[in-house]
Structures are given as structure tokens and as C-alpha cells.
Ligand binder design. Structure first.
Ligand code: C2O
Ligand code: CU
Ligand code: CU
Length: 490
């Protein structure tokens, strides 16, 4: 049996060669690649890993939630968190945690400057906290790690929707439990639209499709197996909760909103024929102009909105969305398949300009944040920001309201990738490793990836709500291991 440490060594000697085209190898994945996942030990007493065919089930689209009532200013919603059972491993039922019984949860569609109030009822057996990732919201509605809803309880979350159009993400954030709770299914999309976005001729309605990507580890009985910091055995890829689905598309343009909702997998996506995506949006909404790229890199929490034009493909074409750029197993190199099955009229287009972002302000405060985790295979490995693990009662960073700051964030690890996410704000990436970022990182961002040794400079203006909010690595397992801090604004 490979210990974590010997897995690392195996990666050092053989993993680097395997991952052609990857930026920086994540060695634990590489080790799995070369040793073969099926040979990896299962947890004591666990059933063997599931065998799930690829491209065997259709993609499903999460339902859109209707408000329970509306007023002149506000849409009111009710959501119940509950367990549900869904078929992922053929012939079995997997227990998952859900918002309203659906896996992933229902999509909420919000409008700029129209308030949404969501009553969240916790019918699970453990405490939860509901976070709107990317949302600019008052502290009490942020779903911070200690602001919990106990089993049987309920809480109203108020979202002002006072920010640009964006694809946002609702997920659990209960202290020490977010990693497992999100892994078990507490995920929903929250689409915030505004007049600018609606005025653009982009593909819409049934041609505007969410793709929530994640991985998971399933055993042959259908159980979703959770182990902290499991790099090697979460080898089933789910899109909208279905394993490696196919999606029957018309030969025309589609807008896809892609969210990486994995606990720690980084996706590096390509189409199997190498055609480009037209990227139109990132975390905080539409880019200023479209960016044509054959490769899309998304770490956990990041979103990319892309247009794919299927009009050039003959009916019958099968196009695979692949994930070749990151080390992994052969099965994690595939994500889903697009089957071009019909024609359709297409009046949509991608304009050359998608809107203008506010000009960056000048920073008056500089700070540095160093991300590092124990990666020597020790028992009880922890993860740190500036050498400290998370303490919910400690304020790590005090910020004067209204200030623009420049944060330099560095990944000091040798093997482990990280990323960095702040609540409450959308920032700009000014530099990646001393250079201007590529256009996929040129818009509004709330989560930024950091491969080992990388460093980014973030320009952040803190001018909305006062209060205490966390920032953390969004590889949830690392957050749960301590890589999280608190900032206080005001
Ligand atoms: Cu996606 Cu602290 O959150
Ligand atoms: Cu967040
Ligand atoms: Cu991390």
C-alpha cells in the first residue's frame, strides 16, 4: 500500500513525464496516473470503486426556482436542505445532500437591484451555513463559517443584487464541514442579470446552459465516499450531477456557464477537435471583450462563461469536452460529450464589446499573503496563510473602509496547487508571476488560481459593506485544514 509520502515520491520519479502539456504537475494526481487508480487501496471495509460508463446518460439541467412570493422590490424564495437519492452508479442510489431535493440544487435567477430573500430551512442532521460565492452581501447574509443554521432551524438570507451581472454560486460554508457538505451536494447556481447583459445578442433561453463540473469518489454500492484531502480516488467526473453525460445540441451557438464546483480538482478544458471557446465572462460577470482560447483553466470556485459554435459541424458529430491539461487518470481526462443532432435558427451573436469595467483605482496599502500546507505526508497535515491556521475568533487583516489595496498572494508549496478567494469583493488581477495576466483573468475575479511557486497581485477596493468576512483557499479540503483568514472592514 502506498502511503501518502511514497505516493509523492512515486510522483517525483515518474509523474512528471506523464502529464504532457500541463503547466505544473500536481504530484499526488500524477502518482495516481502512473500507479493506476484501481490498484489504490480503498478505505478499510469499503466496497470496491464503482465502474461507471462514460457518455451513457443525458445531461440534465437543474430546475429554475420560482419565488414563493414577490413584492415591488423583492423576490422571496424558500429552500429546504434535505437528503435525497440519485442514480449515479448504474443500478444503485447515492445519498446526497441537496437544496430542495435536487442535485445540484435549483438555479436562482436574480435581477440587478431587485432584492432576493431566501429562507433556508435545514432538514439535514448537521449544521450548515449558506454562502453566496461572488456575492456582495451584508455580513449577516454572507453565510460565514460560524453563522450556522442548526438542524431543524431556518434563516433568511438577503441578497441586495447591487453588482454587475454574474454567474454566482450558492454553497455550504459551515466551519470544518463545508468541504464535506459541498462534496455531498450543497451547490446551486445563482444567475444575476442586468440590463446591459439582457441587451446583448448572446445565445439565451434554452441555449444558455449551466455546466457545473465536479469530481467524486463512488464505491460499487453507489456510496459517495468522502476522505479529507483525497487527491487520488475522486475519479468520477460529474456535470450537473450526472457522470460524464452527453448533451444533444443543435448546430448553432450556445452560451455555457461553467462552474468548477469540485473540492480540489483543477480543470484544464479543451474540445476534442481543438476548436476554440469564445470566453465572454469570468467570476464577476462579462469580460470587456470576448477572448478566443482553446484552453480553459478553472480551479475550484472559478467560473467561465463561453460561447461554443456548433454550426460548422455536420449532424451526427460527437465532440468531447476533455480535461487533458491536468494530471489525472484516463477517466478524469474526459468530462462530457456534445452530440450535434439537429439544426436550429440562430439569431445570436457575440458582440466585439461586452461592456466596460470601472477603471482600476490606485492602491494605498500593500499586503502579502503566503499560502502553504504541510506536504511531507505527516499525520494531521495542516494548511496555513502567513503561517497561521484559521481561528474564527481572530481578525487577521484590518481594512479601512473605502481603501484600495494591492495584495500579493504566493503559493509557497512545492507540489500542492492552491487558489485564493475573498468574500464580498470582486478584484482585478494585475499581475501573474510579474506579467500581465491573460484575458481570461482580465475581468472581475473573486477566485484566482496559484500553482506551486506562483504569485499574483490583486487590486481590491473595499467600499461596500462593513464587517468581518473570510478569505481562503477554495480547495475546500485545504480550507478545512486551516487555510483561511478573517478580514474586518470598517
Ligand atoms: Cu466559495 Cu468562502 O467560498
Ligand atoms: Cu465566497
Ligand atoms: Cu490550497
Amino acid at each position: 500500500m502506498l502511503s501518502r509520502r511514497s505516493a509523492l515520491k512515486a510522483g517525483v520519479t515518474t509523474g512528471l513525464v506523464g502529464g504532457a502539456g500541463l503547466l505544473v504537475p500536481y504530484l499526488p494526481h500524477a502518482a495516481a496516473d502512473t500507479t493506476g487508480t484501481t490498484a489504490m487501496p480503498t478505505a478499510t471495509g469499503a466496497a470496491p470503486p464503482a465502474v461507471i460508463p462514460q457518455f451513457g446518460v443525458p445531461l440534465t439541467i437543474p430546475p429554475v426556482l420560482s419565488p414563493t412570493s414577490t413584492s415591488a422590490t423583492t423576490d422571496y424564495y424558500t429552500v429546504t436542505m434535505q437528503k435525497a437519492y440519485t442514480e449515479i452508479v448504474p443500478g444503485t442510489k447515492t445519498e446526497v445532500y441537496t437544496y430542495n431535493g435536487s442535485f445540484p440544487g435549483p438555479t436562482i435567477k436574480a435581477r440587478f437591484q431587485r432584492r432576493a430573500v431566501i429562507k433556508q430551512i435545514n432538514n439535514l442532521d448537521s449544521s450548515v451555513s449558506v454562502h453566496l460565492h461572488g456575492g456582495n452581501v451584508p455580513q449577516d447574509s454572507d453565510g460565514s463559517p460560524m453563522n450556522l443554521i442548526d438542524p431543524g432551524g431556518a434563516k433568511n438570507y438577503t441578497y441586495p443584487n447591487d453588482q454587475d451581472n454574474a454567474t454566482l454560486w450558492i454553497h455550504d460554508h459551515a466551519h470544518h464541514m463545508e468541504s464535506e457538505n459541498v462534496y455531498r451536494g450543497l451547490t446551486s447556481l445563482y444567475l444575476l442579470s442586468d440590463d446591459l447583459e439582457r441587451s446583448l445578442p448572446l445565445p439565451s433561453a434554452e441555449y444558455d446552459v449551466p455546466l457545473i463540473l465536479r469530481d467524486g469518489r463512488f464505491d460499487a454500492t453507489g456510496k459517495l465516499v468522502y476522505e479529507l484531502d483525497d487527491h487520488t480516488q475522486r475519479n468520477t467526473i460529474l456535470v450537473n450531477g450526472r457522470p460524464w453525460p452527453y448533451f444533444q445540441v443543435a448546430a448553432r451557438k450556445y452560451r455555457f456557464r461553467i462552474l468548477n464546483a469540485s473540492n480540489s480538482r483543477i480543470f484544464s478544458l479543451k474540445l476534442s477537435d481543438n476548436t476554440s471557446f469564445i470566453q465572454i465572462g469570468s467570476d464577476g460577470g462579462l469580460l470587456e471583450k470576448p477572448y478566443t482560447t482553446a484552453n480553459l483553466m478553472l480551479s475550484p470556485g472559478e467560473r467561465a462563461e463561453v460561447v461554443i459554435d456548433f454550426s460548422g459541424y455536420p449532424l451526427g458529430t460527437q465532440l468531447v469536452l476533455t480535461n487533458p491539461g491536468m494530471p489525472g487518470t484516463p477517466e478524469t481526462g474526459q468530462v462530457m460529450r456534445f452530440d450535434v443532432t439537429r439544426t436550429a435558427v440562430d439569431r445570436s451573436s457575440v458582440p466585439d464589446s461586452l461592456g466596460e469595467l470601472a477603471p482600476p483605482q490606485t492602491a494605498t496599502v500593500n499586503r502579502t499573503f503566503v499560502l502553504r500546507m504541510d506536504e511531507d505526508g505527516r499525520q494531521g497535515a495542516a494548511a496555513y496563510i502567513n503561517d497561521k491556521t484559521y481561528d474564527a475568533n481572530r481578525i487577521d487583516t484590518r481594512i479601512d473602509w473605502g481603501t484600495t489595496e494591492l495584495w500579493t498572494v504566493t503559493n509557497a508549496n512545492q507540489y500542492a496547487p492552491h487558489n485564493f478567494h475573498l468574500h464580498q469583493v470582486q478584484f482585478r488581477v494585475l499581475e501573474r508571476n510579474g506579467k500581465a495576466p491573460t484575458p481570461d483573468e482580465g475581468g472581475l475575479k473573486d477566485t484566482v488560481r496559484l500553482f506551486p511557486g506562483e504569485s499574483v497581485k490583486l487590486l481590491i477596493t473595499f467600499d461596500s459593506y462593513e464587517g468581518t468576512y473570510p478569505y481562503h483557499c477554495h480547495l475546500f479540503d485545504h480550507g478545512a485544514m486551516g487555510m483561511m483568514g478573517n478580514m474586518q472592514m470598517g
